[in-house]
Write a protein that binds this ligand. Structure first.
Ligand code: SF4
Length: 71
């Protein structure tokens, strides 16, 4: 079974945005047309993580909340 993020993180996640925008392993990619994608840096080292996770991702075993500079 996939471990869940800490309960307090689940309680604070906005279901419209999901976990990725708050995660320390994400990188925001903007296309030439202005579309915004969330790229998961964990995908480089672990094939279980999709490079571009379907959004919003509400559960993820790799989630680690990053600092207050959230976008
Ligand atoms: S580790 Fe999970 S929550 Fe973090 S960016 Fe990757 S897919 Fe999103």
């Amino acid at each position: 079974m996939t471990p869940l993020p800490p309960r307090e993180d689940l309680a604070r996640v906005d279901p419209r945005r999901g976990l990725c925008p708050e995660c320390s392993f994400v990188r925001q990619v903007v296309s030439a047309k202005g579309s915004v994608f969330w790229m998961c840096e964990k995908a480089r080292e672990n094939e279980r993580f999709p490079r571009y996770p379907v959004q919003p991702r509400l559960v993820c075993e790799g989630f680690e909340r990053r600092g207050p500079q959230v976008q």
